[in-house]
Design a protein around this ligand. Sequence first.
Ligand SMILES: *Cc1c(COP(=O)(O)O)cnc(C)c1O
Length: 387
Amino acid sequence: MSNYSTQTKLIHNTYSVDETTNAVSVPIQQASTFHQNDFTKFGRYDYARSGNPTREALESTIAQLEGGSHGYAFASGMAAVSTTLMMFSKGDHLIVSEDVYGGTYRFVTEVLSRYGIEHTFVDLTKLDQLKKSFQPNTKAVYIETPSNPLLKVTDVSSVSELAHEHHALSIIDNTFLTPVLQQPLSLGVDIVIHSATKFLAGHSDVVAGLVVVNNETLADRIGFLQNSCGAILAPHDSWLVMRGMKTLHARLRQSVESTETIAAYLNQHPLIKNVYYPGLPSNPYYDVQKKQAVNGGAVVSFELVNGEATEAFVQHLQLPVFAVSLGAVESILSYPRTMSHGSMPDQECDARGITKGLLRLSVGLESCDELIADFEQALASTTLSHV
Ligand SMILES: *Cc1c(COP(=O)(O)O)cnc(C)c1O
């Protein structure tokens, strides 16, 4: 199977046809323990925290898709992040992307710090800043690209190379692009993390996390921590992620095409101050994104003139749901200032460009023409009332 494209591998992989029944959907093994036939020699499965066939199908599939050797499924993206970071010890130092996901920021600053694991936040899009941030005890560089919510792009292979020169691991959160659009292990990354809640599962109906590695040593460490911490993904939720992933390629093709059209539309609209999308040729990260990923993905952020106009615009919009999260069949509009970055002080938000006019749109599967018509009418009403 390994010679097929990612598109085909999403449909035809080791688990496409069940060995015991030829079912074309992976069976949900809703069992917590497994009978042992032999008094001294235990079988493939014993207790479901350590291994469950449905979860294993998902773990093996994501490993195949990312080009890795081992995959691990967790109860949420944050369970995947936190379990992975538990591999570090007191006195270790981590370099973390400045624009990291809010939950990761909270875990690093409020939990790992209590265990004596130090961190420095660095703008990883600036390699000279990264070079200056290594310490003798730096054990990992944690990347997230494109970043949230400003879609800044980190050069993954350069950062990984620098990490390795300093005997540190490189870890990436690949949630925004998925292996269909970016395969970080092939760019030199050691550990890939996903919130499978987003594009991978894709239907806003399950919370899940995944980790993929490409060598036995790291596999042993993550496997040990997965079993020790115990934040595993349930069989039914594993099945939901696998079911969602079958349409990942088709969903992304449609959503990215619409995102490119919407980004270009917003970019020429007089009421929009800024558009942040690495798939726009005018975007400063366009070239590095093109080098390491298939396209700019299906998330675009944009800035209206002020907070009042933004509120009016959101009130007038009909189609996108206004919510936290991304990567689903329905378009999801979110307001970073009070949602993902609500706990960040106002000054810090302003300094980072997370202004009162900033919105983030994850583009779903609606008709692109109808999405743009919706934006058009909402912007027209905004012009009349608030600018
Ligand atoms: C949502 C998200 C997470 C956390 O995942 P959960 O499944 O919500 O725990 C981590 N990283 C990124 C980039 C995310 O968007």
